[in-house]
Design a protein around this ligand. Structure first.
Ligand SMILES: Cc1cc2nc3c(=O)[nH]c(=O)nc-3n(C[C@H](O)[C@H](O)[C@H](O)COP(=O)(O)O)c2cc1C
Length: 108
């Protein structure tokens, strides 16, 4: 969750609030994995519903939730879900997502 504005000056917008939340989430996820925990961010939810149900004040945003916990023996999961948990992750090559020498270079 992050605020639109600074805590000490609610009239002053904080344009970096979402970035700071993302950095915090990244640190939390890395540390969780380093400690052998399972961690899954979730962005596909009804933010307005959540804010209303939890009574979160105006000016706050909840762009992500995080499920964090210990791995347990899988019970009640379908076969494809278990396979999905254990499957080798395929990641895009770095140069396919971070291309500093490509199309943007003509603008610098
Ligand atoms: C910002 C963000 C939002 C996500 N939102 C959802 C979501 O709403 N529903 C969902 O099933 N998975 C969502 N995911 C993906 C799951 O968290 C997924 O388990 C995870 O990215 C898999 O990571 P892994 O391949 O390293 O295990 C989201 C991932 C990110 C990074």
């Amino acid at each position: 969750m992050h605020r639109d504005s600074y805590e000490k000056d609610s009239e002053k917008a904080n344009p970096w609030a979402a970035l700071e939340l993302g950095l915090s989430l990244s640190n939390l996820m890395h540390q969780a994995v380093a400690e052998g925990l399972a961690v899954h961010p979730i962005a596909g939810f009804d933010e307005k519903y959540l804010i209303d149900r939890l009574g979160i004040p105006t000016g706050y945003h909840v762009p992500v939730m995080v499920v964090l916990g210990h791995y347990k023996p899988f019970s009640g999961l379908k076969e494809w879900q278990i396979e999905s948990e254990y499957k080798v992750r395929e990641r895009k090559a770095l140069d396919s997502v971070a291309n500093f020498a490509g199309i943007f270079s003509q603008n610098f």
